[in-house]
Design a protein around this ligand. Structure first.
Ligand SMILES: *Cc1c(COP(=O)(O)O)cnc(C)c1O
Length: 384
């Protein structure tokens, strides 16, 4: 059974290994078992032992929920079948007529969910540059109930000021939701900076091995959590016990992996910055990035994602993306293996022709945990 087993004084590494995960009281099993069960015996009519049906709650999922909540510094956490399922559940906190402010470079799936699905249920939205407080203030309407922020953003890796957005949204009694997928709680803790909810695509760094799809929501507000628990059960987009186990397994090494992702990314940024075919390198930790002062204030380190443009344009960019041998040409991010992609033609194809259209010569890297000299040699040969 899941127990809190959390000590707020613990460091990140200790929480990642132990929070929510005590050896099984029945057998002593050190690893939280995969409770592959849909239902639970009741001791008397209406008298269960904390679990009655696995859509409502499952012990493997409870352990995962306690684990990620502890890492985010949250009192409450809810796991979902995907990042999008988590987002959908948060957005169901809204009522018809309500308005959402989102970043103008939000994750494509978030934009699709709000603009193509939620609008059918009477939700309206504005997309704006969340790094510009005046634009955010101007975007508020009478019925604005939520700001949806992502930081760092994708694929331009801009950092938005969570503390400032929290102040702006709370002035207007709106909730601030922060998508912490790119940074992870190892590098940034939005709730401690004033956000009301944190959402994750656990598919990325939390899982970290490209083998599971999952989502997560954390909050410190008991009323919001109660509503989320109701929706989680009522809507039912919950993760399977096996997926929860895979995520728990991934999370144990989150801190170790993130340090290596950051170490490798920093060296690759240096390599790219000195390469004559590279026009511009975008990395939140580069002091030339316009949002560097905010990044320095709210992040521990700057993550494993790098974007860069090349002088030779679209053709050269595609050649590089197709010419690597260790970097795999693929969408997604955040796992142990390095990936390379062309956002304009892959993850961000849907922005074509819109004001958010991405430079066709932009290459995005998700830097993995391989030996960094091999990664640099691989990029070097693909670029020559
Ligand atoms: C991948 C991703 C999502 C969606 O998560 P899924 O697990 O794919 O449903 C949401 N936000 C960000 C920033 C992402 O990268």
């Amino acid at each position: 059974m899941a127990t809190e087993n959390n000590n707020p004084e613990w460091g990140f590494g200790t929480k990642a290994v132990h929070a929510g995960q005590r050896p099984d009281p029945v057998t002593g099993a050190v690893t939280v078992p995969v409770y592959q069960t849909s239902t639970y015996q009741q001791d008397a009519v209406g008298q269960d032992r904390g679990y009655e049906y696995s859509r409502t709650a499952n012990p493997t999922r409870s352990a995962l929920e306690l684990s990620i909540a502890a890492l985010e510094g949250a009192n409450f956490g809810r796991a979902f079948a995907s990042g999008m399922a988590a987002e959908d559940t948060i957005l169901r906190l809204l009522d018809p007529g309500d308005h959402v402010i989102m970043g103008n470079d939000a994750y494509g799936g978030t934009f699709r969910l709000i603009s193509k699905v939620l609008t059918r249920f009477g939700i309206s939205y504005s997309s704006t540059n969340l790094s510009n407080p005046d634009e955010v203030k101007a975007a508020f309407k009478d019925k604005t109930k939520m700001i949806w922020a992502e930081t760092p953003t994708n694929p331009l890796l801009s950092v938005v000021d969570i503390e400032l957005l929290a102040t702006l949204s709370h002035d207007k009694e709106a909730l601030l939701v922060v998508d912490n997928t790119f940074a992870t709680p190892y590098l940034q803790k939005p709730l401690l900076l004033g956000a009301d909810l944190v959402i994750h695509s656990a598919t990325k760094y939390l899982g970290g091995h490209s083998d599971v799809v999952g989502g997560f929501v954390a909050t410190n507000n008991p009323e919001i959590d109660e509503e989320l628990a109701f929706l989680q059960n009522a809507v039912g987009a919950v993760p399977a016990p096996w997926d929860c186990y895979l995520l728990l397994r991934g999370i144990k090494t989150l801190g170790v992996r993130m340090d290596r992702h950051c170490d490798n990314a920093e060296k690759i940024v240096e390599f790219l910055s000195n390469h004559n075919k590279v026009k511009e390198v975008l990395y939140p930790g580069l002091d030339t990035h316009p949002t560097f002062p905010i990044a320095e204030k709210q992040m521990e380190r700057y993550g494993g994602m790098i974007s860069f443009t090349v002088n030779g344009g679209e053709k050269e960019a595609r050649g590089i993306a197709q010419g690597t041998k260790i970097f795999t040409l693929a969408e997604s991010l955040g796992a142990v293996e390095s990936l390379i992609e062309i956002p304009a033609a892959m993850t961000h194809l849907s922005t074509e022709g819109s004001p958010l259209e991405v430079d066709k010569s932009l290459i995005r890297l998700s830097v993995g945990i391989e030996t960094v000299n091999d990664l640099i040699s691989d990029l070097d040969q693909a670029m020559s």
